[in-house]
Design a protein around this ligand. Structure first.
Ligand code: ZN
Ligand code: ZN
Length: 347
């Protein structure tokens, strides 16, 4: 098969790579669309401590082309559209047994990140991938691959929103209007809340408003915390989602939250500098400060259900579609600060 091998940062070649052979409980998936994630951009820029060579790509969708000998043929058949749960989880540890496979400690040690003896990565930037049936989600024939490839980021955001106790009519603040910020805006709207977005770029603010945000504020033109307090009648936001990597904004997220509200550190922080938090005020305000990492098996299921049933359309977040042979062009588009999801069509 053909695969996009990143030999070192900034150096990606389309090369012959052994087609995976599915195990008895696996299927072979022919990948049709894969999207470039911030994670892939960091690999490309070398802003990570992962081992190279790598084959990136964890946001992908494809079709089953081969069944392992033990695969349940009543459930799976050749030609089915599928997405796969792509977080390496052991299925055996304390966290996996508690439905927290998204934070399985094995993930950080998996070949997704490091493989000193070979190729690391998620292997979605390739023509084929072998996947365990327990990780498969069957998708509707009529949902295009480009949309299905957005399952993973959607599942991450659903995990984030599900970690709050939002009630109808609540207020939320989303910090950052990139793809993940906008996914928060759009998916939170399905929960009947008023959405305030903080985003310095005017184009992005306009886009957020067109996608359902109720208010879009420029953090350079106003004091976001003060503004949120005014809008919410002095209460604050019932949930704040920080989708930016800037440590200073993490503090703002906590300050803008209502008493008893939830603050979600959705993005990892770069640089990962400690943020001084007044824990005495956390005590007295009962604010919940937590993180959200990856999608879970349950939120993958929810994301696929939203797409399969036509309850959610992420098309507005697709910036451009490139043939995977034009990877460098696709990456040049994806690294621009103001672009959304770039899709690779894999033939
Ligand atoms: Zn991703
Ligand atoms: Zn585990």
């Amino acid at each position: 098969m053909k695969a996009l091998l990143m030999r070192k940062p900034g150096d990606v070649v389309l090369t012959e790579y052994p087609t995976p052979v599915p195990d008895k409980n696996q299927v072979l998936v022919r990948i049709h669309a894969a999207e470039i994630c911030v994670n892939d951009i960091r690999d490309y820029k070398g802003e990570c401590d992962f081992t190279y060579p790598r084959i990136g790509g964890h946001e992908y969708a494809g079709e089953i082309v081969q069944l392992g000998e033990k695969v349940n043929t009543k459930r799976y058949r050749i030609g089915q559209k599928v997405v796969t749960y792509c977080i390496d989880n052991c299925g055996e540890c304390y966290f996996c047994h508690h439905g927290l496979e998204n934070i399985c400690p094995d993930f950080k040690h998996s070949i997704a990140y490091r493989n000193p003896d070979g190729v690391s990565g998620f292997f979605g930037f390739a023509q084929y991938i072998a996947a365990d049936t327990r990780d498969l989600f069957i998708c509707g024939d009529e949902v295009p691959y480009e949309k299905l490839a957005l399952t993973e980021p959607m599942a991450c955001v659903l995990n984030s929103i599900n970690r709050t106790k939002l009630c109808f009519g609540d207020d939320i603040l989303v910090i950052g209007g990139g793809t993940m910020g906008l996914l928060h805006v759009m998916l939170a709207k399905l929960r009947g809340v008023r959405v305030i977005l903080s985003e310095p770029d005017e184009k992005r603010r306009k886009k957020a408003l067109s996608l359902g945000a109720d208010l879009a504020l420029d953090p350079f033109a106003c004091d976001i915390v003060q503004e949120v307090m005014e809008i919410t009648g002095g209460v604050g936001a019932n949930a704040v989602f920080n989708t930016t990597a800037v440590p200073a904004l993490a503090l703002q997220a906590i300050d803008a939250a209502a008493q008893n509200g939830t603050v979600i550190m959705f993005s990892s922080l770069h640089p990962n500098e400690p943020v001084p938090v007044n824990l005495g005020s956390v005590h007295s305000t009962q604010k919940i400060i937590t993180g959200a990492q990856n999608g879970s098996i349950e939120t993958f299921r929810q994301a696929v259900a939203l797409l399969n049933k036509g309850l959610f359309d992420p098309s507005a977040l697709i910036e451009a579609i490139y043939d995977y042979r034009d990877f460098d062009k696709a990456m040049a588009c994806a690294v621009q600060a103001d672009t959304y999801k770039v899709v690779l069509r894999i033939g």
